[in-house]
Design a binder for this molecule. Sequence first.
Ligand code: FES
Length: 378
Amino acid sequence: TEPTPESPGNDWSSWPTYDAASRGFRNYWYPIMWAEQIGQKPVPITLLGEKIVLVREGDQIHALHDRCPHRGVPLSLGRRQYEGTISCPYHGWTYRLDTGKMCAALTDGPSSPINGKVGVRTYAVEQRLGLVWIYVGDDDPAPVERDIPAELVENDFVLGGRWDIRPGNWRFAAENGFDEGHAKYLHNTALWRLFKVMPAWNETRIVEKDGWLIRVQDAVHWEAEFPGLGTWTNKRWWKRMPLPDAPGKAADVNPVIQGLDIPGFVSIRMPGLLRVAYPHFIHYEWYVPVDEDTVRYVQIMVRFEKGTKATAFKAKYLGAIRWLFHGQFTAQDAWMVDVMDAPPEKLYRPDLSLTAWRRHIEQVAPTVQQDPTVRVSK
Ligand code: FES
């Protein structure tokens, strides 16, 4: 059939890179899971369609391609028989964890001609924020800090978080996060709303700052028609400006958050990280591509505090926020990401945020992840 403006990955698209990126982008660091979740047992994961096994040795975590080159058995099913190695469960080919090189074919003896001749690909691994980060790329990795928000590198903070694997393509999940309209409608039924006011009808523009696209909601539509429902603007959070509906409420913005001078509530950046800044804490969520149909959803809530305030937050997180915000609220997002079916699509005014994000990706022009099963078999 002839390509149409609605069908993806064709010459007509305004965002061909984005359309082609169903498996995400190479040359970025991705958070995977809590480092403490990786014990003696190898952990298999899929990242950008690549099968990877995570193996702990002491404080170090190693990541190797999870496929024995002999007959294609997952190394994650293997044994930890010798220090610094993992052995394939089928015929005992044994690989060094640090280099991926095969150092012994246990069923062919020390003189086996294939010893040292084959190996599996290894991936760079770092541990930050209590999470394991993996770099999927072709060149020497950039420092992991490049892909972590600067405010989390430069300040003391306490965090709570959770991750899960959800159905749906990562792009739907990322768009959902930055989507202005859903925040105003879908989440009206979220329990979290009982505690946090959400925006209603705002005029929106998108600005770029320090690699982030920021959704700025300056003014309110229809205030006269719906008094009291639409009186939310960014000024309430960041400008210390008492508003008629919340006098004095913005007077005690956390100094770190105030110092960021973010002009808008919600921001997104490559390779798929959302930041939602409140006066006293920031919520981040990473949309990590598992494969074309599944996304790893890593969310953390950060409070820039130390001492007793930090301890109090931790308790509050475990007792309430984890269930209300990181649970029921974002489960609503997961529901929509799972059931939506696009393209084709017809966009409306608040979808400005979606098109800005897609255009941003075209500008950055990242390397699109191709089907790794094809790459591996070449
Ligand atoms: Fe791994 Fe044979 S399949 S050693």
